[in-house]
Design a protein around this ligand. Sequence first.
Ligand code: PLP
Ligand code: COI
Length: 353
Amino acid sequence: MEIRITQTTTPSELPPEDKLGFGKVFTDHMFLMDYEEGKGWHDARIEPFGRITLHPASTVLHYGAEIFEGLKAYRRKDGGVQLFRPMENIRRMNNSAERMSLPQIDEGDMLQILETFVRLEERFVPKSFGTSLYLRPFTFGNDETLGVHAVKRATFMLIASPSGSYYAEGINPVKIMIESEDVRTVRGGTGYAKCGGNYAASTRAGERAAKKGYSQVLWLDGVERKYIEEVGAMNVMFKIDGEIVTPALTGSILPGITRKSCIEVLKSLGYAVSERLLSVDELLTAMKAGKLEEAWGCGTAAVVSPIGKLAYGDDEYEIGGGKIGPLTQKLYDILTGIQWGEVEDTFGWIHKL
Ligand code: PLP
Ligand code: COI
């Protein structure tokens, strides 16, 4: 695939690494390509970062035809740059596209886009452990008509943001509220796809939780409001009386790449991981009996994030004395060690640039 590159004539200064939040500053360029039914993807180009113009009838503005991914470029100690399991993101993006009737992208082309773009923006990959260049590929429907149908025109873009910790708490335990009013999705819906609408519909609950001092909500299933699903930007895992449990992928949960990697790391350490239905009642009973030993979330942005407090209704429960548990710490060390190139990657997950 040929990518036309127009470089900026006004390169920006690098943001200070100790003040990076999540997704607040962007690199100097952006990647774009266009899709038209019958013509396929074309006009692949990298341009100076800037605003884009859209027709007011664009499908994305009315019917939410949008999907995205999130992955990171990490700086190794030797100065090199690497990606973590990029093919997983590429495949998931195509699964999301299939669900939302948006055009898929050839896997090889997508990898080439990621590699070309990160190489061009290499100086923006920060150097401190825990920081990274967050990559955000996304596709949106761009038909200039108000009819509701599978899109015939779309745009794919890639932008990148030098980022630090997703939560203000960093690796310190976060407080999560179990949401019993709103639901995120239902089976048969779009829960397993990474589409913008899932996030738009979840912010009301997120804002309510934030007002009460919680970082995010823990969703229950959309039919019975009984089973634990996932958190706003991460999957969840629990250690209950020795058993490691994570909600099964029932179709309404995002199949997290960090989740999958945590399961593989845990198995390699000799731990069994139960992927099963976990009811909120079972979790409450375990919390009350002091048998919930550890709880953590896992996601690209959030990495491995200990959950120190869980609230349900008017009750709040502290987990592990509000401190990071030993298994959570171990997982964090191994996973971040592999991602930042400080621990040998025996899994074949690293993609060096
Ligand atoms: N669940 C949701 C809703 C997410 O947005 C994310 C983040 O991408 C995850 C789970 C974790 O997925 P991953 O580990 O692939 O980043
Ligand atoms: C991720 O990429 O890890 C995410 O959770 C995306 C999120 C910030 C919406």
